[in-house]
Design a protein around this ligand. Structure first.
Ligand SMILES: Cc1cc2nc3c(=O)[nH]c(=O)nc-3n(C[C@H](O)[C@H](O)[C@H](O)COP(=O)(O)OP(=O)(O)OC[C@H]3O[C@@H](n4cnc5c(N)ncnc54)[C@H](O)[C@@H]3O)c2cc1C
Ligand code: FES
Length: 279
Protein backbone atom coordinates (compact mmCIF):
# COMPACT_ATOMS: atom_id res chain seq x y z
CA UNK A 1 0.00 0.00 0.00
CA UNK A 2 1.29 3.46 -0.91
CA UNK A 3 2.32 5.74 1.93
CA UNK A 4 2.97 8.72 -0.34
CA UNK A 5 1.57 11.84 1.35
CA UNK A 6 -0.50 14.02 -0.99
CA UNK A 7 0.96 17.44 -0.32
CA UNK A 8 -1.33 20.50 -0.28
CA UNK A 9 0.33 22.67 -2.95
CA UNK A 10 0.13 25.78 -0.73
CA UNK A 11 1.29 24.22 2.56
CA UNK A 12 5.02 23.74 3.05
CA UNK A 13 5.89 20.35 4.52
CA UNK A 14 8.82 20.30 6.94
CA UNK A 15 11.87 18.35 5.76
CA UNK A 16 15.14 17.91 7.66
CA UNK A 17 18.55 18.48 6.08
CA UNK A 18 20.19 15.04 5.83
CA UNK A 19 23.42 16.19 4.16
CA UNK A 20 25.00 19.46 3.04
CA UNK A 21 27.82 19.77 0.49
CA UNK A 22 29.61 23.04 -0.32
CA UNK A 23 29.98 22.76 -4.11
CA UNK A 24 31.57 26.14 -4.90
CA UNK A 25 32.33 29.31 -2.91
CA UNK A 26 28.72 30.53 -3.31
CA UNK A 27 26.91 27.27 -4.16
CA UNK A 28 25.84 24.36 -1.98
CA UNK A 29 23.79 21.18 -2.29
CA UNK A 30 21.32 20.08 0.36
CA UNK A 31 19.93 16.58 0.55
CA UNK A 32 16.58 16.33 2.35
CA UNK A 33 15.11 13.25 3.95
CA UNK A 34 11.57 12.63 2.59
CA UNK A 35 8.80 12.22 5.14
CA UNK A 36 7.10 9.23 3.48
CA UNK A 37 8.50 5.77 2.80
CA UNK A 38 7.74 6.19 -0.92
CA UNK A 39 10.15 9.09 -1.03
CA UNK A 40 9.75 12.18 -3.19
CA UNK A 41 8.78 11.44 -6.78
CA UNK A 42 9.52 14.08 -9.43
CA UNK A 43 10.30 14.45 -13.12
CA UNK A 44 13.62 15.86 -14.41
CA UNK A 45 13.31 19.65 -14.76
CA UNK A 46 10.67 20.20 -12.06
CA UNK A 47 11.21 22.51 -9.10
CA UNK A 48 10.15 22.91 -5.46
CA UNK A 49 9.39 26.00 -3.40
CA UNK A 50 11.86 25.91 -0.48
CA UNK A 51 10.82 27.87 2.61
CA UNK A 52 13.45 29.15 5.03
CA UNK A 53 11.25 29.59 8.10
CA UNK A 54 10.79 33.24 9.04
CA UNK A 55 12.70 34.48 5.99
CA UNK A 56 10.87 33.49 2.81
CA UNK A 57 10.27 31.03 0.03
CA UNK A 58 12.11 30.57 -3.29
CA UNK A 59 11.79 28.28 -6.33
CA UNK A 60 14.69 25.83 -6.62
CA UNK A 61 15.02 23.04 -9.19
CA UNK A 62 15.34 19.48 -8.01
CA UNK A 63 18.87 18.38 -8.90
CA UNK A 64 18.96 14.77 -7.71
CA UNK A 65 18.56 11.41 -9.41
CA UNK A 66 14.88 10.89 -10.40
CA UNK A 67 15.26 7.12 -10.06
CA UNK A 68 16.16 7.50 -6.36
CA UNK A 69 13.16 9.04 -4.53
CA UNK A 70 14.82 8.38 -1.15
CA UNK A 71 16.86 11.58 -1.55
CA UNK A 72 15.42 15.01 -2.35
CA UNK A 73 18.34 17.08 -3.62
CA UNK A 74 18.65 20.80 -4.43
CA UNK A 75 21.71 22.80 -5.51
CA UNK A 76 21.48 26.46 -4.56
CA UNK A 77 23.53 29.56 -5.30
CA UNK A 78 23.57 32.01 -2.40
CA UNK A 79 22.43 35.30 -3.97
CA UNK A 80 20.09 36.94 -1.43
CA UNK A 81 18.10 36.74 1.79
CA UNK A 82 16.36 33.39 1.34
CA UNK A 83 19.16 31.48 -0.35
CA UNK A 84 21.52 32.83 2.34
CA UNK A 85 19.21 31.50 5.08
CA UNK A 86 19.07 28.13 3.28
CA UNK A 87 22.88 28.12 3.07
CA UNK A 88 23.13 28.37 6.86
CA UNK A 89 20.97 25.29 7.56
CA UNK A 90 22.92 22.53 9.26
CA UNK A 91 22.33 18.79 9.22
CA UNK A 92 19.12 18.01 11.14
CA UNK A 93 17.67 21.52 10.78
CA UNK A 94 14.37 21.95 8.98
CA UNK A 95 12.95 23.85 6.03
CA UNK A 96 9.55 23.79 4.30
CA UNK A 97 8.96 22.19 0.90
CA UNK A 98 6.09 22.67 -1.57
CA UNK A 99 6.13 20.78 -4.84
CA UNK A 100 7.09 19.31 -7.19
CA UNK A 101 5.87 21.94 -9.67
CA UNK A 102 6.15 22.70 -13.35
CA UNK A 103 6.94 20.98 -16.62
CA UNK A 104 9.74 18.51 -17.27
CA UNK A 105 12.50 17.88 -19.81
CA UNK A 106 10.91 15.60 -22.46
CA UNK A 107 13.18 12.63 -21.74
CA UNK A 108 10.66 10.04 -22.92
CA UNK A 109 9.81 11.88 -26.17
CA UNK A 110 13.57 12.12 -26.80
CA UNK A 111 14.00 8.33 -26.92
CA UNK A 112 15.46 7.14 -30.22
CA UNK A 113 17.19 10.50 -30.80
CA UNK A 114 20.57 11.95 -29.98
CA UNK A 115 20.33 14.03 -26.79
CA UNK A 116 22.36 17.21 -26.40
CA UNK A 117 22.57 18.99 -23.04
CA UNK A 118 23.88 22.58 -23.05
CA UNK A 119 24.30 24.10 -19.58
CA UNK A 120 25.76 27.33 -18.27
CA UNK A 121 26.75 27.95 -14.64
CA UNK A 122 24.20 26.76 -12.10
CA UNK A 123 22.01 25.75 -15.09
CA UNK A 124 23.67 22.34 -14.82
CA UNK A 125 21.65 21.68 -11.63
CA UNK A 126 18.18 21.55 -13.26
CA UNK A 127 19.67 19.43 -16.06
CA UNK A 128 21.40 16.87 -13.83
CA UNK A 129 18.20 14.78 -13.33
CA UNK A 130 17.79 14.59 -17.14
CA UNK A 131 21.43 13.50 -17.49
CA UNK A 132 20.92 10.82 -14.81
CA UNK A 133 17.77 9.63 -16.59
CA UNK A 134 19.49 9.31 -19.98
CA UNK A 135 22.47 7.49 -18.42
CA UNK A 136 20.17 5.09 -16.56
CA UNK A 137 18.32 4.34 -19.83
CA UNK A 138 21.30 4.72 -22.13
CA UNK A 139 20.30 2.10 -24.73
CA UNK A 140 17.11 4.05 -25.55
CA UNK A 141 19.05 7.06 -26.90
CA UNK A 142 21.50 7.77 -29.69
CA UNK A 143 24.63 9.89 -29.17
CA UNK A 144 24.62 11.59 -25.76
CA UNK A 145 26.36 14.96 -25.54
CA UNK A 146 26.85 17.13 -22.43
CA UNK A 147 28.28 20.61 -23.04
CA UNK A 148 28.97 22.83 -20.03
CA UNK A 149 30.29 26.36 -19.62
CA UNK A 150 31.29 28.12 -16.39
CA UNK A 151 32.85 31.50 -15.64
CA UNK A 152 36.17 30.07 -14.36
CA UNK A 153 37.59 26.71 -13.25
CA UNK A 154 36.57 27.56 -9.67
CA UNK A 155 32.95 27.89 -10.87
CA UNK A 156 32.69 24.45 -12.51
CA UNK A 157 29.78 22.74 -10.77
CA UNK A 158 29.75 18.95 -10.13
CA UNK A 159 33.39 18.64 -11.33
CA UNK A 160 33.76 15.02 -10.11
CA UNK A 161 30.52 13.98 -11.77
CA UNK A 162 31.49 15.67 -15.05
CA UNK A 163 34.74 13.69 -14.94
CA UNK A 164 32.82 10.48 -14.23
CA UNK A 165 30.39 11.08 -17.12
CA UNK A 166 33.31 11.92 -19.40
CA UNK A 167 34.97 8.62 -18.41
CA UNK A 168 32.07 6.64 -19.88
CA UNK A 169 32.58 5.37 -23.42
CA UNK A 170 28.95 6.14 -24.34
CA UNK A 171 28.86 9.83 -23.37
CA UNK A 172 30.58 12.87 -24.90
CA UNK A 173 31.31 15.59 -22.32
CA UNK A 174 32.98 18.90 -23.18
CA UNK A 175 33.59 21.71 -20.67
CA UNK A 176 34.77 25.27 -21.15
CA UNK A 177 35.35 28.34 -18.96
CA UNK A 178 35.18 32.03 -19.84
CA UNK A 179 38.58 32.75 -18.32
CA UNK A 180 41.30 30.71 -16.59
CA UNK A 181 44.84 30.81 -15.24
CA UNK A 182 47.79 28.72 -16.47
CA UNK A 183 46.84 25.77 -14.30
CA UNK A 184 43.70 25.10 -16.43
CA UNK A 185 44.48 22.73 -19.29
CA UNK A 186 40.92 22.71 -20.64
CA UNK A 187 38.93 24.86 -23.09
CA UNK A 188 38.63 28.63 -22.67
CA UNK A 189 35.75 30.40 -24.42
CA UNK A 190 31.99 30.46 -24.53
CA UNK A 191 29.94 27.25 -24.45
CA UNK A 192 28.54 27.83 -27.96
CA UNK A 193 32.02 27.06 -29.33
CA UNK A 194 31.64 23.45 -28.18
CA UNK A 195 28.47 22.80 -30.19
CA UNK A 196 29.85 22.51 -33.74
CA UNK A 197 32.42 19.84 -32.85
CA UNK A 198 30.09 17.68 -30.72
CA UNK A 199 29.27 15.61 -33.77
CA UNK A 200 25.60 14.81 -33.19
CA UNK A 201 22.91 14.27 -35.84
CA UNK A 202 21.31 17.72 -36.13
CA UNK A 203 18.20 16.23 -37.77
CA UNK A 204 17.63 13.62 -35.06
CA UNK A 205 18.58 15.38 -31.83
CA UNK A 206 16.67 16.80 -28.88
CA UNK A 207 18.53 19.66 -27.22
CA UNK A 208 17.93 20.74 -23.61
CA UNK A 209 19.35 24.15 -22.59
CA UNK A 210 19.58 25.87 -19.20
CA UNK A 211 21.67 28.87 -18.21
CA UNK A 212 21.66 32.66 -18.31
CA UNK A 213 19.18 33.95 -20.93
CA UNK A 214 21.91 35.50 -23.07
CA UNK A 215 23.77 32.19 -23.19
CA UNK A 216 20.53 30.40 -24.14
CA UNK A 217 19.87 32.89 -26.98
CA UNK A 218 23.38 32.41 -28.45
CA UNK A 219 23.11 28.64 -28.05
CA UNK A 220 19.79 28.59 -29.92
CA UNK A 221 21.27 30.71 -32.72
CA UNK A 222 24.24 28.36 -33.09
CA UNK A 223 21.94 25.31 -33.13
CA UNK A 224 19.62 26.93 -35.69
CA UNK A 225 22.60 27.80 -37.91
CA UNK A 226 23.64 24.14 -37.77
CA UNK A 227 20.16 23.07 -38.86
CA UNK A 228 18.55 21.91 -35.60
CA UNK A 229 14.76 22.47 -35.85
CA UNK A 230 13.13 24.82 -33.34
CA UNK A 231 10.77 22.01 -32.32
CA UNK A 232 13.75 19.96 -31.13
CA UNK A 233 15.06 22.65 -28.74
CA UNK A 234 13.87 22.98 -25.12
CA UNK A 235 14.79 25.72 -22.66
CA UNK A 236 14.24 26.25 -18.92
CA UNK A 237 13.15 29.78 -17.97
CA UNK A 238 13.35 31.57 -14.60
CA UNK A 239 11.22 34.35 -13.16
CA UNK A 240 10.41 35.44 -9.61
CA UNK A 241 7.59 33.39 -8.12
CA UNK A 242 5.10 33.47 -5.28
CA UNK A 243 2.32 30.86 -5.47
CA UNK A 244 3.93 28.41 -7.96
CA UNK A 245 0.48 27.08 -8.92
CA UNK A 246 -0.68 29.57 -11.55
CA UNK A 247 -2.74 31.89 -9.29
CA UNK A 248 -0.79 35.05 -8.49
CA UNK A 249 0.63 36.06 -11.89
CA UNK A 250 4.11 36.85 -10.48
CA UNK A 251 5.86 34.58 -12.96
CA UNK A 252 3.97 35.76 -16.03
CA UNK A 253 5.96 35.48 -19.28
CA UNK A 254 3.83 36.81 -22.12
CA UNK A 255 0.74 34.61 -22.09
CA UNK A 256 2.43 31.89 -20.03
CA UNK A 257 2.92 31.28 -16.31
CA UNK A 258 6.41 29.92 -15.83
CA UNK A 259 5.41 28.02 -12.68
CA UNK A 260 2.69 26.06 -14.49
CA UNK A 261 3.40 26.10 -18.25
CA UNK A 262 7.18 25.98 -17.62
CA UNK A 263 9.87 26.18 -16.46
CA UNK A 264 10.75 23.85 -19.38
CA UNK A 265 9.33 25.13 -22.70
CA UNK A 266 9.70 23.94 -26.26
CA UNK A 267 11.61 26.85 -27.81
CA UNK A 268 9.12 27.04 -30.71
CA UNK A 269 6.43 28.01 -28.17
CA UNK A 270 8.26 30.98 -26.67
CA UNK A 271 10.49 32.05 -29.56
CA UNK A 272 8.80 35.45 -29.95
CA UNK A 273 8.95 36.16 -26.19
CA UNK A 274 12.64 35.25 -25.94
CA UNK A 275 13.42 37.89 -28.54
CA UNK A 276 11.95 40.64 -26.32
CA UNK A 277 14.79 41.64 -23.98
CA UNK A 278 13.83 42.30 -20.37
CA UNK A 279 10.42 40.60 -20.62
C1 LIG B 1 11.89 27.50 -11.79
C2 LIG B 1 13.10 28.05 -11.11
C3 LIG B 1 14.11 27.19 -10.74
C4 LIG B 1 15.24 27.69 -10.08
N1 LIG B 1 16.21 26.80 -9.73
C5 LIG B 1 17.28 27.25 -9.05
C6 LIG B 1 18.28 26.33 -8.61
O1 LIG B 1 18.22 25.12 -8.87
N2 LIG B 1 19.31 26.82 -7.91
C7 LIG B 1 19.44 28.17 -7.62
O2 LIG B 1 20.40 28.56 -6.96
N3 LIG B 1 18.52 29.05 -8.02
C8 LIG B 1 17.44 28.63 -8.72
N4 LIG B 1 16.48 29.53 -9.12
C9 LIG B 1 16.68 30.96 -8.79
C10 LIG B 1 16.28 31.22 -7.34
O3 LIG B 1 14.89 31.03 -7.20
C11 LIG B 1 16.65 32.67 -6.95
O4 LIG B 1 18.05 32.80 -6.95
C12 LIG B 1 16.11 32.98 -5.57
O5 LIG B 1 14.71 33.18 -5.67
C13 LIG B 1 16.78 34.22 -4.98
O6 LIG B 1 16.13 34.52 -3.75
P1 LIG B 1 16.89 35.28 -2.57
O7 LIG B 1 15.87 35.71 -1.58
O8 LIG B 1 18.01 34.47 -2.06
O9 LIG B 1 17.52 36.51 -3.29
P2 LIG B 1 16.81 37.88 -3.74
O10 LIG B 1 17.23 38.90 -2.76
O11 LIG B 1 15.35 37.66 -4.01
O12 LIG B 1 17.51 38.09 -5.14
C14 LIG B 1 18.91 38.21 -5.29
C15 LIG B 1 19.23 38.50 -6.72
O13 LIG B 1 18.78 37.44 -7.59
C16 LIG B 1 17.82 37.92 -8.53
N5 LIG B 1 16.75 36.91 -8.66
C17 LIG B 1 15.86 36.54 -7.72
N6 LIG B 1 15.07 35.56 -8.18
C18 LIG B 1 15.47 35.31 -9.45
C19 LIG B 1 15.05 34.42 -10.47
N7 LIG B 1 14.05 33.56 -10.31
N8 LIG B 1 15.71 34.44 -11.64
C20 LIG B 1 16.71 35.28 -11.85
N9 LIG B 1 17.15 36.17 -10.93
C21 LIG B 1 16.55 36.17 -9.76
C22 LIG B 1 17.29 39.22 -7.94
O14 LIG B 1 16.82 40.10 -8.95
C23 LIG B 1 18.52 39.75 -7.24
O15 LIG B 1 19.40 40.37 -8.13
C24 LIG B 1 15.36 29.07 -9.79
C25 LIG B 1 14.33 29.94 -10.17
C26 LIG B 1 13.22 29.44 -10.83
C27 LIG B 1 12.13 30.38 -11.23
S1 FES C 1 4.10 32.07 -9.26
FE1 FES C 1 2.00 32.58 -9.06
S2 FES C 1 1.28 32.36 -11.06
FE2 FES C 1 3.30 31.57 -11.19
Amino acid sequence: MSTQIKLDPMTPVPFAVAKRVQELADTFTIELAPTSTDGFVFQPGQFNMLYAFGVGEVPISISGDPSDPSKLVHTVRNVGAVTDALSKLKKGEQLGVRGPFGSAWPVVEAEGNDVVIVAGGIGLAPLRPAIEHVLANRSKYGRFVVLYGARSPADVLYMKQLQMWRGRLDTYVDVTVDHAGRDWAGNVGVVTRLIGRANFDVHHAKVFICGPELMMRFTIKELSDLGVAKDDIYVSMERNMKCAIGHCGHCQFGGHFICKDGPVFPYARIENLMQVRGL
